[in-house]
Design a protein around this ligand. Structure first.
Ligand code: BG6
Length: 469
């Protein structure tokens, strides 16, 4: 047992959202459609035309966040709201919306933390091949330039691409990445898209440092430390493979500018090494992040796989998508309880993840997501009792304190989500927010906002800088 250190004075307490999951107004005021507006929706889930109407109600929403005492608000910018065709013509109304949103945050002393890309490629660029197109890194760089020019005077924290690793690993399953139908080598196709994203990120980091010397920028993958299912030596090899393929690939590239050797060997074996365009190697080497942002929901347990499993469809389900025959097989961790939506709950794994990240990269860490999806219920007297959310968040915040006491440099905590929103593929019924939104999957109801029990609890946590949990 160690004596726990306090949170730093300027710790960024807040919460997160992403544009398409909260804004709505999906085709209003000149916004072009994005991949999220044109993709096929999972059956039984809400569409994104209204989402939770943050576009029209952001003032009320930011006021509620200020009431909770937020020091930061992490949100994403919809690329096709700002640039309806992805490149070229700028939409003044789109620029104005984010100007207003940023100013509204600053009015309350809330630091805006901006994600540049959160699963919503402009549909016009989808038609040009999206991340499969080698020009995609240049499209992204020009989008970055528009953001830095317009918002760089006020925004100090930038995140490049949200959960690039999850797009690569499970994107075709949960609808965050499109793969062309005629693909013959699926791994090669996906890792080529991944390569273009890595280059896009490097170009954006470099441009940020050139244009905004005082700003900070970093990647925002989903990092969950992989555990071996046993102390069988073969399981340790599987664990190392899993950590490399699931986690280190992305951050080794962002920080050191090189492909992780285990991942490169895996890609060679699959005849799937990405093609480098002229200049890629150099920009990947030169660009550096200032911090590492990461999302954490749960850990990841694996065992050895001899490669004999028959996988007909890699993206048939989560278990297949998260396994790599011959490298590792994803298994359940018998020591952990699960959420109502079947996600394992592992607060201690959060500490282990923070320690591993800091040990490996020696950069400050910013938590950009963490939280529990649940079926919340609005009572007749307008309350939402969500003790499970309070327990989940409390147990994870304690582990940040442990990590700080272990010597890990932590910048802030921005759980998912500030307000209820539409989940990636399970609709609005899977709620994450501190603020409840009165709508159902297909019935928009009043869209009125209600403070959940966790709202009042988080307010107290922030007011005491994490001392009163
Ligand atoms: C992360 C994403 O994967 O987890 C969010 O960055 C997402 O966009 C969140 O909503 C929770 O996942 P889900 O699938 O429950 O919405």
């Amino acid at each position: 047992h160690q004596t726990l250190k306090p949170f730093p004075k300027d710790f960024l307490w807040g919460a997160s959202t992403s544009a398409y999951q909260v804004e709505g107004a999906s085709l209003e005021d000149g916004k072009g459609p994005s991949f999220q507006d044109t993709k096929k929706l999972p059956p039984g889930t809400a569409d994104l035309t209204v989402s939770v109407d943050h576009y029209h109600r952001y003032k009320e929403d930011i006021a509620l966040m200020a009431e909770m005492g937020f020091k930061a608000y992490r949100f994403s910018i919809s690329w096709s709201r700002v640039l309806p065709d992805g490149i070229g013509k700028v939409n003044p109304k789109g620029i104005e919306f984010y100007n207003n949103l940023i100013d509204e945050c600053l009015k309350y002393g809330i630091e805006p933390i901006i994600t540049m890309f959160h699963f919503d490629m402009p549909a016009a660029l989808e038609e040009k091949g999206s991340w499969s197109n080698a020009s995609s890194s240049e499209w992204f760089k020009e989008f970055a330039r528009v953001l830095f020019e317009n918002y760089g005077d006020r925004v100090k924290y930038w995140l490049t691409i949200n959960e690039q690793n999850m797009m690569t690993l499970v994107g075709p399953l949960i609808g965050t990445l499109r793969v062309p139908e005629a693909t013959t080598n699926l791994t090669k196709e996906i890792y080529q898209q991944n390569h273009h994203q890595l280059v896009a990120q490097a170009k954006a980091m470099q441009l940020c440092h050139e244009m905004l010397p005082k700003a900070k920028i970093g990647p925002a993958p989903n990092i969950a430390l992989a555990y071996p299912n046993s102390n069988r030596p073969e399981d340790i090899i599987a664990e190392q493979n899993a950590n490399a393929i699931r986690n280190w690939l992305y951050l080794d590239m962002a920080v050191y500018g090189r492909y992780n050797n285990l991942v490169w060997a895996y890609l060679e074996a699959k005849d799937a090494t990405p093609t480098f365009a002229p200049g890629d190697a150099e920009v990947l080497k030169v660009a550096k992040p200032d911090f590492i942002a990461f999302n954490y929901y749960t850990s990841f347990t694996v065992e050895a796989s001899d490669g004999s499993e028959q996988i007909a469809d890699k993206f048939a389900d989560q278990q297949s998508a998260m396994s790599e025959p011959g490298y590792y097989r994803s298994v359940q961790n018998q020591n952990l309880k699960k959420t109502e939506f079947g996600w394992e709950i592992d607060p201690v794994g959060f500490r282990a993840t923070m320690r591993a990240l800091y040990d490996r990269y020696q950069l400050p860490l910013l938590v950009t997501e963490n939280g529990i999806g649940a079926y919340d219920e609005l009572t007749a007297d307008g309350k939402v009792h969500d003790p499970y959310r309070i327990v989940y968040l409390r147990e994870h915040i304690v582990q940040i304190k442990e990590a700080i006491s272990d010597g890990v440099e932590m910048l802030g905590y921005n759980p998912w989500s500030a307000i209820d929103l539409i989940s990636t593929h399970e609709g609005i019924k899977k709620r994450y927010g501190f603020i409840y939104v009165d709508r159902d999957e297909f019935d928009l109801k009043t869209l009125k906002r209600y403070r959940k029990d966790s709202f009042y609890w988080y307010k107290k946590v922030i007011a005491t800088n994490g001392e009163n949990l």
